[in-house]
Write a protein that binds this ligand. Structure first.
Ligand code: C2O
Ligand code: CU
Length: 461
């Protein structure tokens, strides 16, 4: 119903005319300040240590991560997208308060882009911050194989003296000779547990890259976690730093010496450098892994002023509409049966026959599962209960929400995010003004969980 009524509204005329040439494998074709070409294609890249063999990957413009798209707040971003894969795909602009028809959700906001076809994404970027783009068709396969990249929206008055470094962290499952682990792709074991956790971490597609950084300076580091399922905790040789933005939104700054970034989340930090090299490590497993090495080089610049970012303030005086979302399912869970395609069926059968394992409010979710229908402009309180044995990175499309976050240790912090990591048994209230009309997904960003039922739609009109 949802699908049919929406698809009628998609214009057939959204394809661009054939004036843009498709090049086989290119870095970044920037046609104009905020006008780019992206090509999804099958290719190869080396993820292991220097000298190890290349593996098969799916790439944007021949690389993973795909090219960094940098625009300025207020620009209109235009991307001529070409699908050279052998299956349909779409691109989602994660964290952007987008126009609904540009949100890139297959069969909900657009017709998927078939192999050999093209599509033009075109939308205003209304907020500065750290975002990313990724495939949203069969994301559990397409993102895992490499289809994602960073999208940076700069403040118009950004101080060029502050060094700006974007680090995209990913978690790959590779074989002993650093080949993509094909055999376990789609494993029900992963789908019913934490998702596809890998065994190899990269930064910007490389193993322990050297990253030049200005000595005795102030750097803004934008951390993006593009992993399917692994939450990572980063530290910088014990150095203290200041957290200044979460999921693209400026926050009330706080000092930390380690920071957790869940799948799909972004964290921007400010860090003071001296003249020594230092490293970035992932420490969540108890065995630190060095992910990147910063090589300090001298710089003639004076220490710049801190960027002056304005954090929004929470309004507690708004009347809210409560929407309850009870998350169940997965291994070691309490979900015996769930509704799927209009019928209540034992979880066992749903798992065996349909690879469905998770539910919202007793129904296997998907982009045809309507969670709520909200009037434009109302304030919504999503009361989410993670009644499962697993953590989930809950993502809302098209909006940021306020949440009292337990992600940083210590007292909970009220922050604006688009993706919130919920611990087993946690209850959270995700509050937002429904000011963006359309059909918006709410789903777990552990991509295997999403495809196995952990998702639904909030309609705003
Ligand atoms: Cu980043 Cu629906 O996803
Ligand atoms: Cu999940």
């Amino acid at each position: 119903m949802l699908r049919r009524s929406f698809l009628q509204g998609v214009a057939a005329g959204t394809l661009v005319s054939g004036s843009v040439s498709i090049k086989p494998s290119l870095a970044l074709t920037q046609l104009d300040q905020s006008h780019f070409e992206l090509v999804a294609e099958i290719g190869k890249g080396a993820l292991g240590p220097v000298g190890t063999s290349q593996t098969d990957l799916w790439l944007y413009n021949g690389t993973t991560p795909g090219p960094m798209l940098t625009v300025t707040k207020g620009d209109e971003l235009i991307v001529n997208f070409f699908n050279k894969l052998d299956q349909p795909t779409t691109i989602h602009w994660h964290g952007i308060r987008n126009l609904n028809e540009m949100d890139g959700v297959p069969d909900l906001t657009q017709v998927p882009v078939d192999p050999g076809e093209e599509f033009t994404y075109r939308f205003p970027v209304r907020d500065a911050g750290t975002f990313w783009y990724h495939a949203h068709s069969k994301a559990w396969e397409q993102v895992t194989r490499g289809l994602y990249g960073p999208l940076i929206v700069r403040e118009p008055d950004a101080n060029p003296g502050v060094e700006d470094i974007t680090l995209v962290a990913d978690d790959w499952r590779l074989t002993e000779d650093y080949q993509f682990h094909e055999e376990s792709l789609g494993s029900m074991m992963d789908w019913s547990h934490q998702g596809r956790l890998g065994n190899w971490l990269t930064i910007n597609g490389q193993s322990n890259p050297a990253i030049p950084i200005r000595a005795k300076n102030l750097a803004r580091i934008r951390l993006i976690n593009t992993a399917n399922a692994r939450s990572m905790t980063f530290e910088f040789d014990g150095k203290h730093f200041e957290v200044i933005a979460l999921d693209g939104e400026p926050c009330s700054p706080f000092v930390a010496s380690e920071i957790m970034v869940a799948p799909a989340q972004r964290v921007d930090i400010l860090i003071n450098t001296d003249s020594s090299n230092f490293s970035l490590s992932e420490i969540s497993t108890g065995t630190p892994v060095i992910l990147a090495t910063f090589k300090a080089h001298t710089s003639a610049l004076n220490i710049p002023d801190r960027p002056d970012l304005q954090a929004k303030t929470f309004r507690s005086d708004l009347e809210m509409i409560d929407i309850d979302i009870h998350m169940q399912g997965g291994a070691m869970g309490n979900l015996a049966s769930a509704f799927f395609e209009g019928e209540e069926r034992p979880l066992q059968d749903l798992a065996m026959e349909h690879s469905k394992l998770w539910a919202f409010n007793g129904s296997i979710g998907g982009s045809d599962h309507l969670l709520a229908d909200v009037d434009l402009g109302k304030t919504v309180n999503l009361r989410v209960w993670n009644d499962t044995s697993w953590s989930h990175a809950m993502h809302l499309h098209g909006h940021h929400f306020w949440v009292k976050s337990h992600e940083f240790g210590g007292e909970p912090k009220r922050v604006l995010r688009d993706t919130y990591l919920m611990q087993p048994n946690e209850r959270a209230e995700l509050q937002f003004v429904a000011d963006n009309p359309g059909l918006w997904l709410f789903h777990c960003h552990m991509l295997e969980h999403h495809t196995a039922g952990m998702g639904g739609v909030i309609a705003i009109s």
